[in-house]
Design a protein around this ligand. Structure first.
Ligand code: 13P
Length: 263
């Protein structure tokens, strides 16, 4: 499905990298490298660790930068006895707009379930922020031919009982687990096939109108050298970048993929 009406969204998930000093430096470098035209062409969201959020938010506000502040995770409950957790409400107070939810590292390492991911989506939307829902299969699942079953199952569970408006405003990232941090990327065709199946499933869950509006990302070893090919796919509206987003120069080149196309 053509992506002309959907604004591209490029997200940098820093994971557990960059302390708040490094975060400030990285955002300053990025701000220097990106132009007004870049921000007019793409939404750029940055997802630093929790301890960096206040510093990055202050920098964005003070210098009127066009980056959109994001978080990597939140708890599903507003407040209470949950040592070490951060609620969606707290993030909203810091002007966080996008929250990654259901990242495979959270699912696999920290045991997050489809049910808790659904609850987090509810909490994020209640706080008027946008979830970036991650779905994806393991290598074993891919080899067993169960990619679609896994990915579409995660999707159905996450979107349960969400209204058309709520689904429409979300971002969904297809991140094949075997491609994360491994240097292996799904071929652009391959990513397009799964992402288009996600869009088709949304049209069944909700409507064709919602499916054509929702922004879908690919994630997994995205770099400046492969971004243009990925973004050329009709159903892929953006990317969720891990390792390559830590380096300001590399991430800026990723955000400027459209200039590369015209080389
Ligand atoms: P890499 O870009 O390092 O493969 O990570 C992808 C990812 O998990 C983004 O959320």
């Amino acid at each position: 499905m053509s992506n002309e009406a959907r604004k591209p969204i490029i997200s940098g998930n820093w994971k557990m990298n960059h302390n708040h000093f490094e975060a400030i430096q990285c955002v300053q470098k990025l701000a220097y490298l990106l132009t007004k035209d870049d921000f007019a062409a793409v939404d750029v969201t940055i997802h630093p660790p929790f301890t960096d959020l206040r510093s990055v938010q202050t920098l964005i506000d003070a210098d009127e930068l066009k980056f959109i502040l994001g978080a990597q995770h939140c708890h599903e409950v507003d407040s209470g006895a949950f040592t070490g957790e951060i609620s969606a409400m707290f993030l909203a107070k810091l002007n966080v707009s996008y929250v990654i939810v259901g990242h495979s590292e959270r699912r696999e390492i920290f045991g997050e379930t489809d049910e808790s991911i659904h609850n987090k989506i509810v909490a994020i939307q209640k706080s008027k922020m946008t979830p970036i829902l991650c779905v994806g299969e393991t290598l074993a699942e891919r080899e067993a031919g169960t990619t679609y079953e896994k990915v579409l199952g995660q999707l159905r569970s996450a979107l349960e009982k969400r209204t058309a408006e709520q689904i429409k405003s979300m971002v969904i990232a297809y991140e094949p687990i075997w491609a994360i941090g491994t240097g292996k990327t799904a071929t652009a065709d391959d990513a397009q096939r799964v992402v288009s199946a996600i869009r088709e499933e949304i049209s069944k869950i909700s409507s064709a109108n919602v499916a054509s509006a929702v922004r879908l990302q690919y994630g997994g070893s995205v770099k400046a050298s492969n971004i243009a090919e990925i973004m050329a796919q009709p159903d892929i509206d953006g990317v969720l970048v891990g390792g390559a987003s830590l380096d300001a120069a590399e991430f800026a080149r990723i955000c400027q993929y459209r200039l590369k196309k015209q080389d």
